[in-house]
Design a protein around this ligand. Structure first.
Ligand code: KG4
Ligand code: ZN
Length: 301
């Protein structure tokens, strides 16, 4: 509910800014710059955040840094792995996105693949809903999947084996819906089998991208779905097969958080990348502007 989300941002943001500064023992006058998310996402909330950032920057006479939410996810691993160097291959798996990106530098991203329909987290959320597990779906599915057999329910692995490393999850979700409607399987078996299908898709697609990026210094996963233990384990094995270090941020840094935006702001600050107070909030904002719309894709290019 975009309107309620935007109003909640208005209510909470000023007290949070005050609390965070107090907690850090820092005055606004002491910060070097103000970073704020400028998109992509539900525009109401993004606008409240960006306008607040602009107001703080203007009042304190500090530079403004507009951060792409996806760039926050993309650079967050460097907050905890100081030796992680560009270029690295990133699997970005969240509620709104499922992409493979070559992170070449701050502000320099090449998108190798994206989803042609649902994002991975969206598939978890929709599956949780149809299994009656609540929201957010990812943690709920992961929890109940521990009691299930990942090979109990035959489910498709969309796009597995295709030459380009794109993703598709809509058909998988529909197959879970049909299997659930048949009443032939337990909820734990359905959840475990669904999660295994997602693991197999992510591993196969990442394998293609790793093979195409011999220069990548490491294989990195980020975004809310990177909190999933089964996915982390499978990706660890994949990176080992390619003899590449595997980097996954701690769980608190995987799901959406302010620290990753502050960190991306610090990286942009170090690179001398600043923004004007006239910068606009963007509901859509691809990390790689040169990336083409994928054939067969729905809205999530
Ligand atoms: O990155 P994020 O916090 O927000 C977006 O930018 O979308 O990702 C949220 C997504 C949700 O779809 C949620 O279900 C999923 O991440 N997620 C998980 C897990 N924890 C969060 N998916 C699978 N397993 C988890 N443990
Ligand atoms: Zn996110």
């Amino acid at each position: 509910m975009p309107e309620i989300a935007a109003r909640a941002h208005v209510d909470r943001l000023a007290p949070i800014v005050e609390a965070v500064l107090a907690d850090a023992g820092v005055a606004l006058a002491d910060v070097d710059a103000v970073a704020a998310t400028a998109g992509p996402g539900l525009i109401g909330g993004v606008m409240v955040g960006l306008v607040t950032g602009k107001a703080l920057a203007h009042a304190a006479n500090k530079p403004l840094i507009a951060v792409n939410h996806l760039e926050g996810h993309a650079l967050s691993p460097r907050l905890v792995a100081a030796d992680l160097e560009f270029p690295y291959l990133l699997l970005l798996v969240s509620g709104g996105h499922c992409q493979l990106l070559l992170v070449k530098g701050v502000g320099d991203y090449r998108r190798l693949a994206t989803t042609i329909d649902d994002a991975a987290g969206e598939a978890f959320d929709k599956t949780a809903k149809l299994l009656g597990l609540g929201y957010p779906g990812g943690p709920a599915v992961e929890r109940i999947a521990r009691d299930g057999n990942p090979h109990a329910v035959p489910l498709p692995r969309p796009l597995v084996g295709s030459a380009e490393p794109h993703f598709s999850f809509a058909g998988l979700k529909s197959a879970v819906a049909r299997a659930a409607a048949s009443d032939a399987h337990s909820v734990p078996d359905l959840a475990a089998s669904f999660q295994q299908a997602v693991v197999d898709c992510l591993v196969d697609r990442s394998r293609i991208a790793l093979a195409a990026c011999p220069d990548a210094t490491a294989f990195v996963v980020a975004g809310g779905v990177a909190a999933n233990g089964a996915i982390r384990t499978a990706l660890t094995d994949l990176a080992a097969r390619f003899d590449r270090p595997f980097v996954a941020p701690p769980l608190w840094l995987c799901t959406d958080n302010g620290a990753m935006i502050a960190w991306a702001g610090a990286e942009r600050f170090a690179a001398g990348l600043f923004d004007d107070l006239s910068v606009a909030a963007r509901p859509r904002w691809p990390l790689d502007p040169a990336a083409e719309t994928v054939r067969g894709a729905g809205v999530k290019a």
